[in-house]
Design a protein around this ligand. Structure first.
Ligand SMILES: *[C@@H]1O[C@H](CO)[C@@H](O)[C@H](O)[C@H]1NC(C)=O
Ligand SMILES: *[C@@H]1O[C@H](CO)[C@@H](O)[C@H](O)[C@H]1NC(C)=O
Ligand SMILES: *[C@@H]1O[C@H](CO)[C@@H](O)[C@H](O)[C@H]1NC(C)=O
Length: 173
């Protein structure tokens, strides 16, 4: 479902002013016996500011094993994989303090401030993301060229992919 939001977030990223325009958020259930989305939308938070809001109910669990696949895509002629594409053990990742800079660390550091994805396993009942906006820090560590981007998040437990979330945005100078 393509949300009709074309929204703009201004901030100063060092030397230049960059504009981040969220364009779409899609949540897809791959196995309906595991989760259901009560909410999956972009929300206007203020002038030119838009946040990601997600409510996912976990129908099974508690989960002590989870795998996440995170990839970045950039639009050339359709979205193509761009720079990052990782699969990692989510429970292991959340139980260790990750000091090394990586795509997944930047992503989850940002996400953990606005969601309940902020603790070690087990996970149960629900996953909630509230008003997640692009942080200055996110792009400070990730000096991406201008363009249309998509971040794809796929989660698995018991070694089977259960759900997928795609968020797209536009990055401009
Ligand atoms: C991601 O990496 C895997 C393993 O290196 C590769 O097989 C796959 O095609 C890549 N996929 C994307 C979406 O980049
Ligand atoms: C991440 O998931 C995508 C889609 O299932 C897959 O093409 C890719 O190979 C995965 N990446 C890695 C590093 O396994
Ligand atoms: C995680 O997020 C929830 C919901 O926002 C909050 O109530 C809780 O205190 C946070 N826990 C940690 C360890 O930061």
């Amino acid at each position: 479902m393509w949300a009709p939001f074309i929204l703009i977030l201004f901030f100063n990223g060092g030397f230049s002013t960059r504009i981040t325009r969220f364009t779409n958020l899609k949540c897809k259930v791959l196995d309906p016996s595991y989760c259901v989305y009560d909410k999956c939308h972009l929300k206007i938070l203020g002038r030119g500011i838009v946040g990601v809001n997600v409510d996912a109910k976990l129908l099974k669990g508690p989960f002590n094993n989870a795998k996440v696949n995170l990839s970045l895509w950039r639009k050339f002629n359709g979205f193509r994989p761009f720079m990052f594409n990782v699969t990692f053990d989510f429970c292991k990742f959340m139980s260790t303090s990750n000091t090394a800079l990586s795509f997944q660390k930047i992503f989850f550091d940002a996400l953990s401030t606005q969601s309940n994805l902020n603790h070690s396993c087990p996970y149960e009942k629900e996953i909630v993301v509230r008003d997640l906006v692009f942080q200055n820090d996110f792009l400070k560590f990730l000096p991406l060229p201008s363009g249309d981007y998509q971040i794809q998040f796929i989660a698995a437990t018991e070694n089977e992919w259960k759900t997928k979330v795609d968020v797209t945005g536009l990055l401009e100078e």
